[in-house]
Ligand binder design. Structure first.
Ligand code: ATP
Length: 354
């Protein structure tokens, strides 16, 4: 497969700037996620790579070849969309073999290649079925098999799991993620679901309002978010303002020793819900405000003595609203960043995405 380079892309529609100065590289065999809220420019970026849109400025390259003005049909890309767009008048096998027919392979080669992909995706038993008779998850696999059959230089996936139930999504994430990694597929994976991006992608580009806020591994964007937008979009974040003085982080409501590498001065701190342990005794007094049972854990909001609100993750239902508790901060789980990179607004937490 190819290395994909998106170089300083800008796309304007009339007066709307959909994408501005987006530069990304997807290495050969890498899956890069485009993650962000509705309208942030994910699909526009993907459509520019596919050739359905011509950028107002900037370039798209596959390896060293400039593809910016190459028509979509000559780019050798595989496409998987949220609507599977399978041909209902053909069997599953013929759907998968369709692109190969267009490329002039003879019938036995087409059949062999289609059956190989159906086997790889675990759906060889469906080869003679009509796509209309398949479940959403089965159709999704057929769509992926069809996209991969042509051995694309780059695979583009746009919200491919939308519409599938939560359990099937989890299974497909694992299976499809492993398959794409085994096949060494270079892929751009558009989603607004952070759990999906974290599970499927080697790296994630977090987009907001037409530009890229941060590119990094799932661990980077979760544990070391570049700014408050990323901290809040990728999971739940508590964002505090503080000051580091002589190896101690002063947060107003508590002081926490931090490692010697943290420079003195104002700082902004991102603390994930799991960065606190909650007990009857501990460092910082708090009152539980509400608890939401989430199956594997309980999400709680608590108020500190100065009214700061924090979002916590509790292992079980041991606390109830109005309980007086105490929080202990796990200093190693706090992410400190320079104040000018993070701009805490209302302190608290927000949750978006999956
Ligand atoms: P979603 O998750 O909702 O699909 P997205 O992140 O993929 O959103 P885009 O579809 O890339 O976002 O849209 C980015 C911006 O560009 C939006 O403000 C959108 O309204 C605008 N836009 C997209 N396509 C067009 C178009 N053909 N004409 C005018 N504006 C457009």
């Amino acid at each position: 497969m190819a290395r994909l380079t998106i170089d300083s892309i800008r796309k304007e529609y009339d007066r709307t700037v959909a994408v501005e100065d987006v530069s990304l590289t997807v290495d050969d065999g890498e899956i890069l996620g485009l993650l962000g809220p509705s309208g942030c420019g994910k699909t526009t970026t993907l459509r520019t790579v596919a050739g359905f849109e011509t950028p107002t400025d900037g370039h798209v390259r596959f390896d060293d070849e400039d593809m910016t003005h190459v028509p979509p049909e000559n780019r050798n890309i595989g496409l998987v969309f949220q609507t599977y767009a399978l041909f209902d008048n053909m069997t599953v096998r013929d759907n998968v073999a369709f692109g190969l027919k267009m490329r002039g392979l003879d019938q036995s080669e087409r059949r062999e290649r289609a059956d190989e992909l159906l086997r790889l995706l675990g759906i060889e038993a469906l080869a003679n079925r009509n796509p209309q008779t398949l479940s959403g998850g089965q159709q999704q696999r057929v769509g992926l098999a069809r996209a991969l059959a042509i051995e694309p230089r780059v695979l583009l996936l746009d919200e491919p799991m939308t519409g599938l139930d939560a359990k099937l999504k989890r299974r497909l994430r694992r299976e499809v993620g492993e398959l794409l990694a085994d096949l060494g597929v270079t892929a751009l994976y558009v989603t607004h679901d952070q759990a999906e991006a974290m599970a499927m992608c080697d790296r994630i580009a977090v987009m907001n309002d037409g530009h890229v806020e941060q590119v990094g591994t799932p661990e980077d964007v979760y544990e070391r978010p570049a700014n408050e937008f990323v901290a809040n979009f990728v999971g739940t974040a508590n964002v505090f303002s503080g000051t580091v003085v002589d190896g101690s982080l002063e947060l107003g409501f508590t002081s926490i020793p931090v490692d010697g590498d943290s420079p003195d001065g104002p700082t902004t701190v991102v603390a994930r819900p799991e960065a606190f342990s909650v007990d009857r005794t501990g460092d910082v007094e708090a009152t539980i405000l509400d608890c939401t049972y989430q199956g594997e854990s309980v999400r709680a909001t608590a108020s500190l003595s100065d009214e700061t609100r924090v979002t916590l993750r509790l292992p079980g239902s041991q606390f109830s609203p109005d309980d007086e508790v105490a929080l202990t901060f796990d200093a190693a789980s706090l992410h400190l960043t320079e104040s000018d990179r993070l701009h805490p607004g209302e302190i608290g937490a927000s949750e978006r995405g999956g």
